[in-house]
Write a protein that binds this ligand. Structure first.
Ligand SMILES: NC(=O)c1ccc[n+]([C@@H]2O[C@H](COP(=O)([O-])OP(=O)(O)OC[C@H]3O[C@@H](n4cnc5c(N)ncnc54)[C@H](OP(=O)(O)O)[C@@H]3O)[C@@H](O)[C@H]2O)c1
Length: 218
């Protein structure tokens, strides 16, 4: 598959590029094409240095990167999300869009600050063309552990979405990342629950002196 990562130059985008590059064509998207190309070269070097196959990691502008791909990973901060999607709307057609976006802010602790639609995922669905299949996933995964290819990711990933085929594709992509267990979380209306867990996990980690907390259902 061709997978474009909006926000691929950032913290969590890196891990997805490294983990999926052995099986898929990865396109690192950025507002700055030079940063995209430089980052893609760096990620390719990391994959090859581990002795892994690299199908190809390239760098592009956000606009050109998302055209003609199967999957777009949306991993930009919430504060830039709405203007970015409005600008990129003409370049979306029928891709699967995986949202990792968590609207949150820090006051005395981290707090979930959803938009009026109820969650970032529902807001994305409202902005993008109806042909786009929005899936919500990976909000509770540690960027640091995802980018560390030796790290054992013994987490569950709750995946929400209204298109069953698209959800199945994202569940398969999740299976490809070692030890992650995909769980069907139902429709996109449930996304607020997994988005809101992220600030809760960060607060738990801070209060208890822990790192990289995730979710595992037993
Ligand atoms: N970090 C985590 O552990 C983690 C875990 C789960 C979910 N998430 C969610 O994933 C998303 C990305 O998190 P992150 O930590 O990877 O963020 P980040 O490193 O701060 O940013 C990712 C990339 O987004 C682009 N970006 C930043 N501000 C932007 C703006 N105003 N408009 C358009 N693009 C912008 C930048 O790329 P360019 O400058 O190259 O365009 C940046 O490299 C967030 O919504 C976060 O809630 C993060």
């Amino acid at each position: 598959m061709k997978i474009a990562i909006l926000g691929g130059t950032g913290s969590i985008g890196e891990g997805f590029a490294l983990r999926w590059a052995s099986k898929h064509d990865i396109i690192i998207c950025s507002r700055d094409v030079d940063r995209a190309i430089e980052t893609a070269d760096k990620y390719s070097g990391t994959v090859l240095s581990k002795g892994l196959v690299c199908c190809g990691i390239s760098g592009c502008t956000n606009e050109t990167g998302i055209e003609d791909v199967d999957v777009v990973v949306l991993s930009v901060p919430y504060k830039g999300m709405v203007p970015l999607l409005q600008k990129l709307k003409p370049f979306f057609n029928n891709q699967i869009v995986i949202s990792l976006v968590v609207p949150m802010q820090k006051n005395d602790k981290f707090e979930y600050t959803p938009p009026e639609q109820g969650s970032a995922a529902l807001e994305i669905k409202e902005i993008l063309p109806e042909t786009v299949k929005v899936i919500s996933a990976y909000h509770n995964i540690s960027a640091r552990k995802l980018a560390d290819l030796e790290s054992n990711l013994d987490y569950d990933v709750v995946i929400c979405g209204d298109d069953e085929d698209a959800k199945k594709t994202v569940m398969e992509l999740t299976h490809e990342i070692n030890n992650l267990r995909p769980l069907d979380g139902g429709g996109l209306e449930s996304s607020y629950m997994i988005e809101s867990l992220t600030p809760f996990l960060i607060n738990l980690a801070i209060k208890n002196g822990l790192r990289d907390l995730g979710v595992k259902f037993l």
